[in-house]
Design a protein around this ligand. Structure first.
Ligand code: SF4
Length: 338
């Protein structure tokens, strides 16, 4: 792990709700965690757990009927929740940029690669001449493994992997400190996905940038990340360095998620683990721990009170009553060795 543990972004009690016909959906519920300078943090969980909402909330990109209903996002000592529209425009792109599953939705189909990059520079730095911006763009694009002659290509003339690298380039050309990649490799085939993962690691080294990789692909997270945050039903339920999470998952949901990964070595008589039940309806989330209806370790206290997100060993936090003392708890608290 290359992170120096200097905090880049502090997320504190962040909540996002959507207004629907059926009521308020609590998609992100008082989540707190940090993103360190220069780290790759993987954010994983099933579809609908709130991970993409979380990524968009970090850039204040939640659109109605969604709304950030509380919390702070502290970046370089400033709470960006207090920023006005102009400050946010500067923040997005210059400090934090986002890449999505389908880069075609973000790239202009009638603009060439060079025009995209030059525009990104000049929107934030209007004083930069086109010639200077073009030189910067060429240098960067080549560093990202795209040949110079591709600068004249339109998005549809590039492969999916190249389009994603152009998107990364649009963030890096302004020296963004954080790139949020939301299912950025999902539409790619496995070989291109593995290559892009390698390139993202290299980009982190070359540009000293932090990456928040949002994905349902646990194997990708194991391969790519320094730390992993596991989300369930609008909560982060476990966060730790990648090795302890995969070697010894503590939260029952993390265990279930890892046990559900197909194993090529599985004996043909062995049955792949399937987590019982379905993720809850977040208009009426379960009381207490939101995972209790599906949890094989559930205790009476679990449906009564919501557990805190507790540090169980240095740098490792878990949201589960198994690791917290409470007078009403009958089962012994599990002590975790650092
Ligand atoms: Fe399971 Fe209880 Fe822990 Fe929730 S708090 S994950 S129900 S043991």
């Amino acid at each position: 792990m290359t992170t120096n543990k200097e905090i880049l972004m502090e997320i504190r009690d962040l909540s996002v709700e959507y207004t629907t016909r059926l009521g308020q959906v609590s998609a992100v519920d008082k989540i707190s965690f940090d993103i360190y300078k220069g780290e790759i943090l993987g954010l994983v969980g099933e579809s609908g757990c709130g991970k993409s909402t979380m990524g968009k909330a970090l850039m204040r990109m939640i659109q109605p009927p969604g709304k950030i209903t509380g919390g702070q996002i502290i970046f370089d000592g400033e709470d960006i929740m207090t920023y006005d529209d102009d400050q946010m425009r500067d923040f997005r792109g210059r400090r934090v940029s986002m890449i999505f599953q389908d880069p075609m939705t973000s790239l202009n189909p009638v603009q060439r690669v060079d025009e995209h990059v030059i525009e990104a520079i000049q929107v934030h730095e209007p004083e930069t001449k086109t010639e200077t911006a073009l030189k910067r763009a060429e240098k960067l694009i080549q560093k990202l493994g795209i040949r110079k002659n591709r600068m004249n290509s339109y998005p549809h003339q590039l492969s999916g992997g190249m389009r994603q690298r152009v998107m990364v380039g649009l963030g890096l050309v302004l020296n963004a400190d954080l790139i949020v990649a939301d299912e950025a490799t999902t539409s790619l085939d496995v070989i291109v996905e593995a290559k892009l993962a390698d390139q993202l690691r290299q980009i982190r080294e070359d540009f000293d940038v932090s990456l928040l990789v949002i994905t349902h692909n646990i194997a990708l997270v194991a391969e790519l990340s320094d730390r992993v945050a596991v989300m369930y039903a609008g909560h982060v339920v476990e966060i730790a360095d990648v090795e302890p999470i995969f070697d010894n998952p503590l939260h029952p949901y993390t265990k279930g998620l890892l046990d559900s990964i197909p194993n090529i070595k599985l004996d043909e008589k062995e049955v792949l683990y399937k987590m019982p039940g379905e993720p809850p309806n977040l208009t009426h989330p379960p009381s207490g721990c939101r995972f209790h209806p599906r949890c094989p370790f559930a205790m009476p206290i679990c449906s009564k009170y919501e557990p805190d997100f507790k540090e169980v060993t240095p740098g490792r936090q878990v949201k589960c009553w198994l690791y917290i003392d409470h007078p009403e708890k009958e089962q012994a608290t599990i002590e975790v060795q650092a």
